[in-house]
Design a protein around this ligand. Structure first.
Ligand code: URA
Length: 441
């Protein structure tokens, strides 16, 4: 079927035959369908949606647009985690070594930060020497020997998604649940995984601002994944305020190390333990979630998770001494506190505003080709529910070598992210919902 006909039918709300979707994706990937036609198709999907069969076909076509890794020669169940992105979300840095230390194989292909959200690759690259651009053969070797390997999406993994995501970004068609679901799953399934834990962030700093749409995305991804023979569990977790206290690449590495040394913020620990425990259940190394949680906590308590992170980092060229002594990580030459102008209790802390402030300090990028400064970012000292005195530090800015905005402006942004009042604020649950992936309770 010609691209014009596919677009017309979708525009009119008709269901497309599988073959038409497969051809459209293949032709687009190979440059036989131009961007303007694919953009029109995406807009038609945005308004009309896709049936379950159409969505399965789109995901399969995008998945098979490039290489699909076959990791069947690596013993063990292969489980990955995907987060839809947030502010201060350094969970992967602790979760991958913890899951590996507990016997799960974790082939992780991650992304870079964009806009106010951070990316795991940028955080890993804050560890001196750490390489995320390894060839597939080395990825396989490190996965087999250490239990985890964390790399970036190669040009051969889901090339249709690469092209399509860039196009959607320019044509206001990112916010479509079927298109997001196909995009995420096509990349993740290309890693050769058996199971996936999905962390859909919900709140002001997340892509999905409300629980309803977040749940729909989680259910959609889980259902396509299961249709393709994979176990998929999904969590909806809070992103109304940053996770943990550190936002910025080296600062977040340090906080993940703190967690693995049985220190670090409670909220980060809770989310990391929950998601890692789910990986243990899906990976069949724990019988149920209670046992899984106990095992993850033990790997934190006895330092096995930390040693595993050092082992993975070393295998990927990173300097384990910088993990043992985080003062060897990149550090900002200039820091400055942001003082509170009033006394009270923190009522709200806008995660998106904090993410944008970190970006303005040099920690993030507005375009994929921008460079990030590993030392830049900020640490929030006060979070929702915390009491604060007048002139007490709310946060500390770590200035990059080049900041996108003058420090005074960033300071105002950070102060503006805080809402301070008189009410006591009871803590909200961090894990808002869990959708079972077949691993039990
Ligand atoms: N993340 C992705 O990988 N794809 C999307 O479409 C949106 C978020």
């Amino acid at each position: 079927m010609r691209a014009y006909e596919v677009i017309r039918r979708k525009r009119d709300g008709q269901v497309l035959p599988a073959q038409a979707i497969a051809e459209l994706v293949a032709d687009y990937t190979q440059g036989r369908v131009p961007d303007y036609q694919m953009a029109a198709f995406c807009m038609a999907v945005f308004f009309r949606g896709l049936s379950e069969a159409e969505l399965n076909e789109l995901t399969a076509a995008m998945l098979h647009s490039g290489d699909v890794l076959d990791l069947s020669d690596v013993p063990g169940v292969k489980v990955d985690k995907h987060s839809t992105g947030g502010v201060g979300d350094k969970v992967s840095l602790a979760l991958a070594p913890l899951a590996a230390a507990c016997g799960v194989k974790v082939p992780m292909v991650s992304g870079r930060g964009l806009g106010h959200t951070g990316g795991t690759l940028d955080k890993l690259e804050a560890i001196p020497g750490f390489r995320v651009d390894l060839p597939v053969a080395r990825f396989r070797e490190i996965l087999a020997s250490t239990g985890a390997c964390l790399i970036g999406q190669t040009v051969r993994i889901a090339p249709a998604d690469r092209k399509l995501y860039a196009l959607r970004d320019l044509t206001a068609t990112v916010e479509s649940i079927p298109l997001i679901a196909a995009s995420i799953l096509s990349k993740k399934l290309a890693e050769g995984i058996d199971a996936l834990v999905l962390d859909v962030k919900v709140g002001s700093g997340a892509f999905m601002k409300g629980s309803g749409e977040a749940r729909r995305l989680a259910e959609t991804i889980a259902s396509i994944g299961r249709g393709m023979g994979k176990k998929v569990s999904a969590f909806l977790t809070d992103m109304d305020q940053p996770l943990g206290r550190a936002v910025g690449n080296a600062l977040e590495v340090k906080e993940a190390v703190d967690l693995l040394r049985d220190e670090g913020p409670k909220d980060l620990r809770e989310v990391t333990v929950e998601l890692t425990a789910e990986m243990l259940v899906l990976g069949r190394v724990a019988a149920d979630r209670d046992e899984a949680r106990r095992r993850v906590l033990a790997a934190i308590g006895d330092g096995r998770g930390f040693l595993k992170l050092c082992e993975i980092a070393e295998a990927q060229g990173g300097d384990p001494d910088a993990l043992a002594d985080p003062s060897l990580l990149p550090r900002a030459a200039v820091t400055r506190p942001v003082l509170s102008e009033e006394a009270g209790v923190v009522q709200a802390l806008d995660a998106e505003a904090i993410g944008l402030a970190a970006m303005a300090l040099g920690a993030g990028r507005s375009r994929l080709e921008d460079r990030v400064d590993p030392a830049a970012g900020l640490v929030v000292h006060k979070k929702v529910g915390d009491p604060v005195e007048r002139r007490e530090p709310l946060a500390t800015l770590h200035l990059g070598e080049v900041t996108l905005e003058p420090p005074d402006t960033v300071e105002m942004r950070v102060r503006g992210a805080y809402q301070i009042g008189r009410e006591l604020v009871p803590p909200e649950p961090l894990v808002r919902e869990r959708l079972d992936g077949g691993g039990g309770t």
